[in-house]
Design a protein. Structure first.
Length: 258
């Protein structure tokens, strides 16, 4: 299977940290990485496309069709460089997911990345008031490094998290075969397909802010969190009302013989 890669620039980076955030539960990882890209004004490095991606297209603001894309951005900081992996979709089939992760690891090695962070969500049955961040990794040293920097990090992932499906998990696993330290930060969110996990993404960003000294300004997220959660609760309430109405109507339509 072919992954088409379009190069936009070829900067010299010093041992960059790769941070992955693709769509998933609550879109926690994608929201977090997209925020970093915008906030730090990162520049586009690569664009990745394949016919193994989901067979769908998107309608943009100009009402024109766009194919789904995955992109890597870069940012040079004072004490570190970043590679930021984001996109519209992620591979859904097992084989294409493995091939995609191998492609990303090839790119990581090309730029001498010495660390990988993947981001994702843990689906809960209710909206978490204070989302917790759990971590798991491909070696103990990187896990202890991040837990030391962020004391609130939950260390009982084994008891909470089942299989990590998709790029967020597989990238960490395959990185071990190439001796690249990798960690996955997984934040609690609401497991509803229409829910946008901005609150959970903010908690993820808090971790990255503190552990990587990114100096992100997260204040603007608070208003968005409140607005989105109010709208979501309103839509859930209306859906419940409609269900009750349909149930009552169905009860009236029932006739008994006997």
């Amino acid at each position: 299977m072919t992954w088409k890669i379009k190069q936009f620039s070829n900067p010299k980076l010093k041992d960059p940290i790769l941070i992955e955030g693709l769509p998933g539960i609550g879109n926690v990882g994608k929201i977090a990485v997209d925020f970093i890209i915008d906030n730090l004004k990162a520049k586009k490095l690569l664009q990745i496309y394949s016919k193994t991606l989901p067979h769908s297209v998107f309608v943009n603001e100009e009402n024109l069709i766009e194919l789904p894309l995955i992109e890597i951005y870069y940012k040079r900081l004072k004490d570190k460089d970043l590679l930021l992996l984001s996109g519209d979709v992620q591979p859904l089939e097992e084989t294409s997911c493995y091939e995609f992760c191998d492609t990303i690891l090839d790119i990581s090695e090309k730029y001498h990345s010495n660390e990988i962070i993947t981001l994702g969500g843990i689906g809960l049955s209710n909206i978490p008031k204070d989302p917790r961040v759990f971590c798991t990794a491909n070696n103990k040293d990187i896990m202890q490094k991040y837990r030391k920097k962020y004391k609130q990090m939950q260390n009982d992932a084994y008891a909470i998290i089942g299989p990590i499906v998709g790029v967020s998990g597989l990238l960490v696993g395959l990185a071990k075969e190439r001796n690249i330290p990798a960690i996955s930060l997984l934040t609690e969110t609401y497991a509803h397909p229409a829910y946008i996990g901005i609150k959970s993404a903010k908690e993820t960003l808090n971790v990255l802010n503190k552990t990587l000294n990114l100096n992100l300004n997260l204040e603007n997220l608070d208003n968005e969190i409140e607005e989105i959660e109010q709208e979501f609760r309103k839509s859930e309430y209306l859906q419940k009302i409609q269900k009750i109405k349909r149930f009552k109507k169905s009860r009236r339509d029932i006739s008994y013989i006997g």
